[in-house]
Design a protein around this ligand. Structure first.
Ligand code: HEC
Ligand code: HEC
Ligand code: HEC
Length: 121
């Protein structure tokens, strides 16, 4: 059995928590992930360095975000999300990146296409 007093205390508490929750949600909006400057991918064939900033910048190679990040993603730009290029997905991550990176370098006649020109370390 609960008393009326206990019940209204519970309601009051719930109301307060709701307000606190809403305020906190509004005060700390979800941060969009920072755009990386450089990314180093470690692979079994040697490390690959992607100059992310220069690729994307207009004064760099001017590659649009969605030429690489081809799917709308809510809170991450990772290539290996669950429905993306994870280990069990087709194409898997390394194939997707090879196609995307090498593909543009080949088509544009600029940028490395030889294994060792990307896998430099
Ligand atoms: C040349 C291809 C390319 C271009 C152009 C590019 N990105 Fe990326 N970006 C990548 C790759 C590859 C990663 C690494 C993703 C991973 O490790 O799964 C990455 C990572 C990121 C990350 C970090 C993701 C995370 O979850 O850690 C963000 C944010 C991001 N990119 C945003 C952008 C935005 C915004 C633009 C356009 C201004 C852009 N990118 C342009 C290829 C690119
Ligand atoms: C849509 C086109 C495009 C895509 C996609 C792309 N690149 Fe490039 N990349 C370029 C261009 C243009 C250059 C500059 C070539 C030059 O000036 O000699 C370049 C140069 C490079 C270089 C040489 C060093 C440097 O930074 O200048 C590396 C390494 C490289 N890219 C790696 C990658 C990787 C890894 C990916 C995939 C994650 C990728 N690129 C995707 C267009 C692209
Ligand atoms: C344009 C740059 C580029 C070129 C050229 C390139 N790679 Fe890669 N490679 C990458 C990137 C980016 C990854 C993915 C790194 C990651 O998953 O974080 C990768 C991944 C790999 C992996 C790891 C696969 C895995 O499943 O772990 C191997 C092995 C590999 N590359 C071999 C090669 C060989 C062999 C060649 C030449 C035929 C080559 N790569 C050419 C950029 C390149």
């Amino acid at each position: 059995m609960t008393t009326k007093g206990e019940q209204s205390f519970a309601f009051a508490l719930a109301a307060i928590l709701l307000v606190v929750g809403v305020v906190c949600y509004a005060a700390f909006p979800q941060k969009t992930p920072e755009e990386p400057v450089r990314l180093l991918f470690k692979t079994t064939a040697g490390k690959v360095l992607l100059d992310h900033k220069t690729h994307a910048a207009d004064e760099g190679y001017g590659v649009a975000c969605d030429e690489c990040h081809h799917e709308e993603q809510e809170d991450s730009s990772s290539c290996s999300g669950e429905d993306c290029h994870g280990p069990d997905s087709e194409p898997k991550r390394s194939d997707a990146l090879h196609t995307n990176c090498k593909g543009c370098h080949e088509d544009g006649g600029a940028g490395p296409v030889e294994c060792r020109a990307c896998h430099v370390m």
